[in-house]
Structure formats: C-alpha cells, structure tokens
Design a protein around this ligand. Structure first.
Ligand code: PEP
Length: 262
C-alpha cells in the first residue's frame, strides 16, 4: 500500500481528558486561537477534545478560528434512559464536529469492547460527527508479539465510515512519557493501512492515521517525518498552549498551501 500523503491533510488533536474548568478552558482556547494564527496560514487540521461540560466554552472561544471541537465519547443510542451518557445528537447540538471512540481509557476503565466501539463510530457518522477511533496494544501484548493480532481484532468490526480516522495509541505510551519511536509507530501505521486496503481498497490511501502516546515537541518532528503518520492525538502536552502549538508546527510542514485556516 503506497504511503503517498496526497489527500491526507495532517491532523493534530488535543485530548484534554478530565482536566480544566471553564475559565481555564477559555484561556487555553484563546491562546491556541491566537497562536495558530501567528503560525501562518498553512497548518494541519486542528481540534480539541474537552470533557462535556467544557464543550460550549471551547466552541465559543474557537468560533471562526478554524480549530474544531470534539467530544471524548458518545453513546451509540440517539436518546433514552442512559443516565450520565451523551449522544451524538447532543454533541452535534453543542457544536462538536468530532468524537473520540474507544480511547484506551474507555476500553480499560469502562470495559468497552471492539464491537461497542465500532457501534459508537457508526452512531457518530450517522449524525455527521467524524469518529476518531483509537486502537493500540498493551505492553504485555507487545512483549508477547501480539501487536498486529490486537490491531487486527480492533479493526475487524469497523467499517470505512465517512470521515473516520484511526489513532494508533499504544497503551504503554499513553501518559507514560515513553513514546513509540518513529520507526515503531510507522510499522504499526503501515500495518493498519495495509489491513484497511485489504478490506476497503483505495479508501486506505486517504485514511488518516494519527499517532498518540506521550507526543511532545521533542518527539513530534521525528514522528511527522514518517510516511504513514498523518498527525497526532496529544494528551498531556495539549494542555500547554506553547507545547501544543509546537507540535502543530511539526505537522504544518506536511500541510499544503491550499489547507489554510480562515
Ligand atoms: C491520549 O490521551 O490520547 C494521550 C495520548 O495522552 P498523552 O499524550 O498524555 O500520552
């Protein structure tokens, strides 16, 4: 499967997890908005993923900035008696354009299965949200040589939905400060693209695959140089506007002049 980047605009996403309150979220968004503008016109696609109570704050602060906002999860059903859950319709109504599906913290802490994650991606696409589906192996699985088998199992129930992105997030690299080397990330990304191509043909050429797991300004340039790394899903470093903007800059070199912020 060719790794030609044509048609794959780089994408840098910030997962805020369960951090910040409205005042802090507003200040972070304003710094991001102004900082991204100062970086110039050729930028990767950018989005932040706040927790649900902060969505409105982020949407308002980033209005007309070209920086998108996404939810961190959704329930597959559109409405109903599901206390504590949020539907895709509600995310859209709050101004979100994206949603994370199957982040490893959801898989680990909430027991989300591959099938449930796939059903969430379908529900997201149905209401026009673009799902960012997270996949990745644990340290034990990598040590046991099961990385590809795990990725294959996680991919199996997924469909080539409109707008779907993958995020390869090896669990051992999330929040650990131990990022995958660019070469390790590239091998996994190339595997994901190859498998996508076996099932969906040329759709694999335009499938964007982000890397996530302790991405920092210190390692993002090396990751961005890999032909199948189309962007980054950033946790900790996305809470610091200077560091997040530096990561955005690493991927800006891959964006083309037509890909401009307003
Ligand atoms: C994440 O939350 O998806 C993530 C990759 O976190 P961190 O960058 O902090 O490892």
């Amino acid at each position: 499967m060719s790794s030609d980047r044509a048609g794959r605009r780089p994408f840098v996403a910030g997962n805020w997890k369960m951090h910040l309150v409205r005042r802090e979220a507003d200040a972070l968004c304003r710094k991001l908005r102004d900082g991204a503008k100062a970086l110039g016109s050729v930028l990767p696609e950018i989005a932040v993923f706040p927790s649900f109570p902060l969505l409105g704050t982020a949407v308002e602060a980033l209005a007309a900035s070209g920086i998108g906002v996404g939810g961190q999860d959704l329930r597959a059903e559109e409405w109903g008696a599901f206390t504590g859950d949020v539907s895709g319709r509600q995310l859209v109504d709050a101004g979100a354009s994206w949603v994370l599906c199957g982040h490893s913290e959801r898989r680990q802490l909430h027991g989300e299965t591959d099938e449930l994650v796939a059903s969430k991606a379908v529900a997201a696409a149905r209401v026009g949200l673009r799902p960012v589906v997270c996949v990745g192996e644990s340290r034990e699985q990598r040590r046991a040589g099961e990385t590809f088998a795990v990725l294959d199992r996680q991919l199996a129930p997924l469909d080539a939905l409109p707008g779907l992105l993958l995020a390869y997030e090896p669990v051992w690299a999330i929040g650990s400060g131990e990022t995958a080397t660019p070469e390790v990330a590239q091998v996994a990304h190339a595997h994901l693209r190859r498998r996508w191509g076996e099932r969906f043909g040329s759709a694999a050429l335009t499938l964007r695959i982000l890397y996530g797991g302790s991405v920092t300004p210190e390692n993002s340039t090396g990751l961005a140089a890999m032909p199948d790394v189309d962007g980054a899903l950033v946790g900790g470093a996305s809470l610091d506007p200077g560091r997040f903007l530096a990561i955005i800059s690493s991927f800006a070199a891959l964006a083309r002049p037509s890909e401009e912020l307003p």
